[in-house]
Write a protein that binds this ligand. Structure first.
Ligand code: SDX
Length: 425
C-alpha cells in the first residue's frame, strides 16, 4: 500500500528513518509512524489534530471545501433524495439498497422497535428532572444486560442483529426518556408508522389521545436524523471505536459514544445554541455576546460556530438552514424571535474578521435546535436526538473496525512527571 516515503532525520539517531507514506482515495496522504517505537520514539499530537487513527471507507470530509460524503454520496444529495433508514443501510452495508433490500431493512427495523418490558423499570431509579442524556447513557448501556450473552462480536450475523436492534430501539428509548421526564406513560411503537413518524408518535401522543403525525414534522425529523447520521472520526465515534477495540459489546460501546457526545464542545452544542439564543434574548444584545466570544479572558464561545475540520462551511449547516426555512414557513413560524436572532448572529459573525480569520462558521448544531424547537422537542432533549441520529454512524465504524485486523487502542504519552525517586526513609 506504500507508494511514497518520508525521510525523518532525528538528532541523536545516526541513520535517517524511512517511513512509508500512503495515499487515500481522496484527502491528505498519511505517514506510517508505527516503526518509530522500535527506534525509541513516539509521535506527539494532543487532540489528534494531525493523526489518522484508522483507515476507513465510510465517510469523507473535506473541511476546506465543505464536502461531506457518505460512502461517496454528497450529503446534499442524500438529504434531498434519500431518507434516514436508506442512509443507515448505506452507512452499514456500503451501497444504497435496491427496492427489495430497502423494504426488508425497513421491515426488520420495525420488528425490533420494542424494548424488553423489564427495561422500563430502569427509569424509576432516575430523578424525573435528571438530564435526559444521563438517562439515555444509562438505559442504552443497560441494553447490554439483555443481549450480552447472546452476542458474539466476531459473528457477522450477530453484529448485524445488534445494528438492527440499536437503530430500531434508540428512538423508542429516546421517547421513553422524554415521557419519563414529564411523568407521562411510555408509548409503544406502531408498526404502521414510518421511522420518524413513529418517533414523534412515541414522543407526543398519549394513550388517551393518538393524533395523526404531521407529515411536515415527520419529514423534518427524518432530515434531522439523516444530517446527524455520521461524521467520520469525531470525538464520540472515536470513543466508540476505542471502546470496541477492547472487545466490549456494541451496546456498551454505543453508551460510551453517547457519553462523549454529551459535551457542549460536541453534540451538546445544539442544546447550548438554544440556551445561548435565549440568553441573547434580543438582536440588540448580539454585539455584546460577539465581544464575549472574542475575549480571551472569557470562556464563552459562540455555540454552533466553529469546527475542528470545517474551516469554511459545514455543508450540513446549509441543508439544515434550508430545512429550517421550509419547516418554519410551513408552520407559519418564520417570525420566530430565536430564528431572527440566529440569522442576525450568523450575518454579523460571518462578516466579523475574528471569525472569518479563524474559519468559524455555523456548524450542524447552529440551526438544528431551532427546527427541533419548532417540532416541539424540549431543548434538553436535543442531544438525545443527536445521539439517536448518530447511531448508524457509530455502528458502521464499530462494525468496520471489528471486521478488520484491529488491535486494542492504547495511545502513548510524553511523560514530564517525576523521574524515579525513593520513598522517604
Ligand atoms: C460537533 O468532529 C465533528 O465532526 C463534530 C460534529 C459531528 O458531527 O460529530 O461535527 C458535531 O461537535 C460540531 C461542533 C459543535 N460545537 C460547538 O458549536 C461549540 C463551539 N465551537 C467550539 O467549541 C470549537 O469551535 C470546536 C470545539 C467545535 C472546535 O474547536 P478546535 O478545532 O479545537 O478549535 P480551537 O478551539 O483550537 O479554536 C481555534 C480558535 C481559537 O482562538 P485562537 O486561540 O486561535 O485565538 O478559534 C477560537 C478559539 O478560541 N474559537 C472560537 C470558537 N471556536 C473556536 N471562538 C469563539 N467561538 C467559538 N465557537
Amino acid at each position: 500500500m506504500a507508494d511514497k516515503k518520508a525521510i525523518l532525520k532525528v538528532d541523536g539517531i545516526d541513520e535517517a528513518l524511512e517511513l512509508p507514506v500512503y495515499e487515500g482515495t481522496v484527502g491528505p496522504d498519511v505517514v506510517d509512524v508505527r516503526s518509530l517505537t522500535s527506534k525509541g520514539l513516539f509521535t506527539y499530537d494532543p487532540g489528534f489534530m494531525s493523526t489518522a487513527a484508522t483507515e476507513s471507507k465510510i465517510t469523507y470530509i473535506d473541511g476546506a471545501a465543505g464536502i461531506l460524503l457518505h460512502r461517496g454520496y454528497p450529503i446534499e444529495q442524500l438529504a434531498e433524495k434519500s431518507d434516514y433508514l436508506e442512509t443507515c443501510y448505506l452507512l452499514i452495508h456500503g451501497e444504497l439498497p435496491n427496492a427489495e433490500q430497502k423494504a426488508t431493512f425497513v421491515s426488520t427495523i420495525k420488528n425490533h422497535t420494542m424494548v424488553h418490558e423489564q427495561l422500563s423499570h430502569f427509569f424509576n431509579g432516575f430523578r424525573r428532572d435528571a438530564h435526559p442524556m444521563a438517562v439515555m447513557c444509562g438505559v442504552v448501556g443497560a441494553l447490554s444486560a439483555f443481549y450480552h450473552d447472546s452476542l458474539d462480536i466476531h459473528d457477522d450475523h450477530h453484529r448485524l442483529v445488534s445494528a438492527h436492534r440499536l437503530i430500531a430501539k434508540m428512538p423508542t428509548l429516546a421517547a421513553m426518556v422524554y415521557k419519563y421526564s414529564i411523568g407521562q406513560p411510555f408509548m409503544y411503537p406502531r408498526n404502521e408508522l414510518s421511522y420518524s413518524e413513529n418517533f414523534l408518535h412515541m414522543m407526543f401522543n398519549t394513550p388517551c389521545d393518538e393524533k395523526k403525525i404531521s407529515p411536515i414534522l415527520a419529514k423534518a425529523m427524518d432530515r434531522i436524523f439523516l444530517l446527524h447520521a455520521d461524521h467520520e472520526q469525531n470525538a464520540s465515534t472515536s470513543t466508540v471505536r476505542l471502546a470496541g477495540s477492547t472487545g466490549a459489546n456494541p451496546f456498551a460501546c454505543i453508551a460510551s459514544g453517547i457519553a462523549a457526545l454529551w459535551g457542549p464542545a460536541h453534540g451538546g452544542a445544539n442544546e447550548a445554541v438554544l440556551n445561548m439564543l435565549a440568553e441573547i434574548g434580543d438582536e440588540s444584545n448580539i454585539d455584546a455576546f460577539i465581544a464575549k466570544a472574542k475575549d480571551k479572558d472569557d470562556p464563552f464561545r459562540l455555540m454552533g460556530f466553529g469546527h475542528r475540520v470545517y474551516k469554511n462551511f459545514d455543508p450540513r449547516a446549509k441543508v439544515m438552514k434550508q430545512t429550517c426555512d421550509e419547516v418554519l414557513s410551513e408552520l407559519g413560524m418564520l417570525d420566530d424571535p430565536l430564528l431572527k436572532i440566529a440569522m442576525k448572529l450568523e450575518k454579523i459573525a460571518t462578516e466579523d474578521e475574528y471569525f472569518v480569520k479563524r474559519g468559524l462558521y455555523p456548524n450542524v448544531d447552529f440551526y438544528s435546535g431551532i427546527i427541533l424547537k419548532a417540532i416541539g422537542i424540549p431543548t434538553e432533549m436535543f442531544t438525545v436526538i443527536f445521539a439517536t441520529g448518530r447511531t448508524p454512524g457509530w455502528i458502521a465504524h464499530w462494525n468496520e473496525m471489528i471486521s478488520s485486523d484491529y488491535r486494542i487502542g492504547r495511545p502513548r504519552q510524553l511523560y514530564t512527571g517525576h523521574a524515579k525517586r525513593d520513598y522517604p526513609a
